[in-house]
Design a protein around this ligand. Structure first.
Ligand code: FAD
Length: 369
């Protein structure tokens, strides 16, 4: 690290994006301060995910990040975790007649990135997950490498790495003003004043708002609400893979004695503490009950979170093209956890002006200018 001064980098946001970048920077020798608006880290989207590592999911540049992250999940830095971060799950994608094209596209894209995926017959899908009504599907695929992630442990691993390297974390420290002289002056609502030459915008759904505060042009980030609800799982279902429709109309997966279900909704929203909508849950239950024999009648709990997307569905990782020392880490969408090790490392490499392991060109903010 060639950066100098008291604090080298201020990271705004204590979700998975912020802590992964902060940990990578600190592990490289930078002095890092992380500012989080809430009293607890991971309060927003990071604490609300479905916790699946699904390599074939998302924009092509994101798939490259997911793949590059797997090794870190399987072999995290020594002393940062107490147990495995991934556990086998697999992902079964099913398609009724009108979703076959979507299924074929997802198989082709997975193979392009070298992800193991198999086209399987509807009868084989039903053998794996007997609750699926075979007459409702005409095609299916299975991705055996998909895995459950321990999101809390992953987040904590980055926090431990950051703290061990001397990084500071301030919670209840929402950034309210950013001013640039020869360095950044960052003011928080709690009265804090912090200075550093580089600011990383890892504020999740609020990334555009933070950018505007810093005098940068927004990237057109759109937070989209996604709902999750838990139902009692049928006996003998704990080994089922995640089941998702190719057309993104619902998914479900076992989680202990329950099934975690989602309408796969994407309702645009202002940045906020997202809440589930009863109508989304009811319509998901209808779709799941039609495609399966689960017969869901009641919901044990539910929540919602915001998945934030830039216009092309990729991410923005890199320095702003206009405003000095302002670094974007935005647009994590539905893959921010599974990409976090590689995304954090990419951010640290670009800030330190090193050649990154992953091609950075597809993440440049300039593509939206
Ligand atoms: C239902 C659901 C299912 C999902 N499933 C998966 C999955 O299976 N796999 C996967 O990889 N991903 C999944 N995701 C996506 C993943 O959760 C997100 O991509 C990821 O958590 C985004 O992390 P983040 O750090 O960018 O945002 P956040 O976790 O929201 O963190 C941003 C932080 O910035 C803080 N902040 C905002 N403004 C300020 C400010 N002015 N000053 C200081 N702090 C500020 C916020 O308080 C917040 O804590 C899912 C998301 C949802 C909602």
């Amino acid at each position: 690290m060639t950066l100098g001064g008291m604090t080298d980098v201020i990271v705004i946001g204590g979700g998975i994006a912020g802590v992964s970048a902060a940990a990578s920077l600190a592990a490289d020798g930078a002095s890092v301060e992380l500012l989080e608006a809430e009293r607890h880290l991971a309060f927003h989207t990071t604490g609300r995910s479905a916790a699946l590592y699904f390599e074939s999911y998302g924009h092509p540049t994101i798939r490259a990040l997911s793949k590059a992250s797997r090794r870190w999940f399987e072999d995290p830095p020594a002393g940062t975790t107490d147990g495995p971060l991934l556990s086998p799950r697999g992902a079964l994608m099913i398609a009724p007649a009108d979703q076959v094209e979507a299924l074929e596209t997802s198989i082709a894209q997975a193979r392009e990135h070298g992800t193991e995926i198999h086209r399987i017959a509807p009868a084989d899908a039903v053998e794996m997950v007997p609750t699926i009504r075979q007459e409702k599907i005409v095609a299916a695929s299975h991705e055996p490498g998909a895995a459950d992630m321990d999101v809390a442990a992953i987040h904590q691993a980055f926090v431990r790495q950051l703290r061990r390297a001397g990084g500071l974390i301030h919670t209840g420290a929402g950034v309210t003003a950013l001013r640039r002289t020869s360095t950044w002056h960052v003011t928080t609502g709690s009265g804090g004043h912090h200075q550093a030459p580089v600011v990383v915008d890892a504020a999740g759904a609020w990334c555009d708002e933070v950018a505007v505060m810093a005098g940068a042009r927004p990237v057109g980030l759109v937070p989209k609400r996604r709902t999750v609800f838990m139902v009692t799982a049928p006996v003998g279902s704990s080994h089922w893979p995640l089941v998702a429709t190719a057309g993104h109309t619902f998914y479900f997966k076992p989680e202990g004695t329950q099934l975690l279900c989602s309408p796969a909704d994407e309702t645009p929203s202002a940045p906020c503490d997202a809440r589930p909508d009863e109508v989304d849950i009811a319509s998901a239950i209808e779709r799941i009950n039609e495609a399966t024999n689960l017969g869901i009648r009641s919901v044990r709990s539910s929540w919602a979170g915001l998945r934030s997307f830039v216009p092309d569905g990729g991410m923005v990782i890199g320095f702003d093209d206009d405003v000095d020392g302002f670094f974007w880490l935005a647009g994590q969408g539905g893959t921010g956890i599974q990409t976090s090790p590689a995304a954090g490392a990419l951010a640290a490499d670009l800030i330190a002006d090193r050649t990154p392991a992953v091609d950075p060109s597809g993440f440049d903010v300039a593509r939206f200018r």
